[in-house]
Design a protein. Structure first.
Length: 209
């Protein structure tokens, strides 16, 4: 594990989030995450765009630290790109307190969810083409459990630590494939509830009229 990976999630600034909040940029970021390093031309072919468009948007992503040049690849003519290592955090207070941040975050998250669903659908349709060991190993899991804010934060840290245990394994090993792993852990919002979503005992109560 690199020092960069050990440092934890990078909290994305409002400026960086607004730069990411473009459907093609999210698609480029997601493609480099899911499929590994690629050239602008290869990404253009994958996404059905022109190489001029992918080159431009990759440079904008590079400016804000989302992607970087893969200097270990290329032949002097083709520039290869890779996702910058480390996770990103889109829920920083600067973003939640800003209307522009909320709007940009909603666009980015909606595109991430759409692409995630596309990848799962592609696997589901092709699952019969996989060896039985891969079909058995693949899983979907969801649950709903009562947690305090501290317990939810602890769960996130333990999940991240588990992911780190598996980082850095040989991606060229023919026994391995890239695997999508997703976690969504958040408080349930009940639109029929009569009490506010915050139950923090340290939060002062609003004055009653």
């Amino acid at each position: 594990m690199t020092d960069e990976e050990q440092a934890g999630a990078r909290v994305v600034s409002l400026e960086a989030l607004r730069a990411l909040a473009h459907p093609l940029r999210v698609q480029l970021f997601s493609a480099l995450t899911s499929f590994g390093p690629a050239t602008a031309s290869a990404l253009a072919a994958r996404l059905g765009e022109s190489s001029g468009a992918t080159s431009y948007h990759l440079r904008q992503l590079e400016r804000h630290g989302f992607v970087r040049e893969d200097t270990a690849r290329g032949n002097g003519r083709d520039r290869w790109w890779e996702r910058t290592p480390g996770s990103i955090e889109l829920l920083g207070p600067e973003l939640a307190d800003s209307e522009a941040g909320r709007a940009a975050g909603e666009l980015v998250e909606a595109e991430f969810q759409r692409l995630e669903q596309e990848r799962f659908t592609a696997f589901w349709r092709a699952r019969s083409d996989f060896e039985p060991s891969w079909r058995t190993a693949a899983s979907t899991f969801s649950t709903n459990i009562p947690l305090s804010p501290d317990e939810l934060a602890e769960f996130g840290r333990e999940f991240e630590a588990l992911v780190h245990r598996y980082r850095g394994r040989d991606g060229d090993d023919p026994a391995r494939r890239r695997v999508d792993i997703h976690l969504r852990a958040f408080p349930v919002v009940d639109p029929t509830a009569t009490t506010p979503p915050s139950t923090d005992p340290d939060e002062p109560e609003e004055a009653q009229p």
